[in-house]
Design a protein around this ligand. Structure first.
Ligand code: ZN
Length: 312
């Protein structure tokens, strides 16, 4: 019987889940609105019944879960601001009780790094950092072939390094954090805060609720202001990665998520900005790559990968 891992990605909006084999083939995947589960128990019961009907329970060797504020060491979700489930939730314990299968919990950025290492662009790297660009900015760090969890299981909150003194206010309560500039929401804030050097009105200013996607689409079509926003975003990210390189000396940074997938041009600009700002000894040594995992499957693959990587 093929051994499968159940990968679950709990997001603020949707919870995606699927079964994956050890080669990274997704057997099936589905998604449900996270808000449809009033409690974590509701989610667990739903998944158990769903997989029982599909007769998949026996094939599952383990469960890998990615969740905001998921702590790998304690197996708990701790005070996740984007979830309705409040306080500290012993998710690993609850899943193991119901399924009787080994369960791993981590945050989504770490799961992305494990997925990239097992199935994606980082297969050949021992030292690399994945930068996930979504609503916020997360990072997963591999050093000497090991994912870095840190002393408390929460390493890699790179989105919250403060890069501009007294800059934009962040959800974390502080000011000038990297993710307030470099993320989908950061790009949207730039539309309002930056002034174009181009005298023409940009189409982006005529869209009622513009998204980061709109900025990238219009930039591709030659919109000068949108191109300036992308340059600004890439410049800040590249400069920050130059600093990140100084403490971990990676072979590569792998960009992951919506913005990263909008084209090779962004990665190229980030690379330029990184090289311009980097310490001499690291020059021309670090690759900037984009994820090769298909975006919507990546979270499920990454979480399933945490189970297989543990078996090796
Ligand atoms: Zn912050």
């Amino acid at each position: 019987m093929t051994q499968l891992a159940l990968g679950i990605d709990i997001g603020g909006t949707n919870t995606a889940f699927g079964l994956v084999d050890c080669k990274g083939t997704i057997i099936f995947e589905e998604s449900q609105p996270t808000k449809s589960f009033a409690t974590p128990i509701d989610l667990i019961t739903f998944l158990y019944n769903h997989l029982e009907i599909k007769k998949n329970l026996d094939t599952i060797v383990g469960i890998g879960i990615g969740a905001p504020n998921g702590n790998h060491f304690t197996g708990t979700i701790e005070y996740a601001p984007n979830l309705d489930w409040k306080g500290i939730i012993p998710l690993k314990e609850l899943f193991e009780k119901q399924f009787n299968k080994p369960t791993q919990l981590t945050n989504d950025a770490n799961a992305a790094a494990v997925g990239e290492k097992m199935f994606g662009a980082a297969k050949t790297f021992k030292n690399f950092v994945t930068i996930t660009l979504g609503t916020g900015l997360g990072s997963g760090i591999y050093i000497d072939n090991q994912l870095v969890y840190g002393a408390h299981g929460i390493a890699g909150e790179y989105g919250h390094i403060r890069i501009i003194p007294n800059g934009r206010q962040c959800k974390c309560g502080r000011f000038g954090c990297l993710e307030t500039y470099v993320s989908a929401t950061g790009v949207v804030r730039s539309i309002k805060e930056l002034k174009s050097t181009d005298s023409h009105t940009s189409e982006i200013q005529t869209i009622e609720n513009p998204s980061a996607k709109d900025v990238f689409r219009l930039a591709k079509n030659g919109d000068a202001f949108c191109q300036e926003i992308i340059d600004y975003t890439a410049e800040i990210l590249g400069s920050s990665l130059a600093d990140f390189a100084a403490f971990s000396d990676p072979e590569a940074f792998i960009l992951f998520g919506g913005i990263a997938q909008s084209g090779a041009l962004f990665a190229h600009k980030v690379k330029e900005a990184m090289e311009k700002n980097i310490l001499n000894i690291y020059k021309d040594k670090i690759t900037i790559a984009t994820s090769t995992l298909h975006d919507q499957n990546a979270a499920i693959l990454g979480n399933a990968a945490t189970i297989f990587s543990n078996q090796n």
